[in-house]
Ligand binder design. Structure first.
Ligand SMILES: [Zn+2]
Length: 182
């Protein structure tokens, strides 16, 4: 299964849908940001635990998909927040400059989340003991296959306990204060 065979499937939600889904503190943090701020990432515990368990399961490069919701301002469609609700680990993971291969089961599992209105919002992979950064190949993968404004790319180094988040086709860094673990 090549990632670029997958159709984009995200229906963006309005920022008005966001507040009832968040606790008070999270909502204030999101909505209190000045206009034009980069999007906030809400990294739900279920997703964080699943990624961490997968990342620590083997000391080879592995990865998977992130599923969740995208929240945009109604007026201009600007992405305000991405909620990462779940992770879908892939048994097979092979990222090169021209393709990203994952197990067929990953797509099936990610597609199954759609009945809960959760969509693919990005991908993650590991760099065991190499440090958390986006390589040239990772940038190419992001630009080629995760090219929406909300698309997240995350690298974890489970040995050095590092992580790095990127967003959008040009893999802009997501800074630590933009990530809310909740
Ligand atoms: Zn990488």
């Amino acid at each position: 299964m090549k990632w670029n065979e997958l159709p984009p499937d995200v229906a963006q939600l309005s920022v008005n849908d966001l507040t009832p889904r968040l606790g008070f503190v999270d909502a204030m943090r999101v909505l209190g940001l000045p206009a034009g701020s980069p999007p906030v990432v809400l990294f739900r515990t279920d997703a964080a635990l699943r990624v961490e368990a997968h990342a620590r399961s083997r000391s080879v490069e592995l990865g998977g998909l992130l599923v969740g919701n995208v929240f945009s301002e109604t007026a201009n469609n600007r992405v305000v927040a991405i909620e990462v609700c779940e992770a879908v680990p892939s048994e097979q993971f092979d990222s090169t400059s021209v393709s990203l291969s994952m197990s067929p089961q990953v797509w099936q599992e990610a597609a199954a989340f759609r009945k809960n209105d959760l969509h693919v919002v990005g991908w993650y992979h590991t760099h065991p003991n190499l440090g958390a950064f986006f390589s040239g190949t990772d940038r190419t993968t992001q630009r080629g296959f995760f090219r929406e404004a909300y698309s997240l790319g995350v690298v974890f180094d489970p040995i050095r306990n590092e992580e790095a988040w990127f967003i959008g086709p040009e893999a802009e860094p997501v800074l630590r204060h933009q990530i809310v673990r909740t």
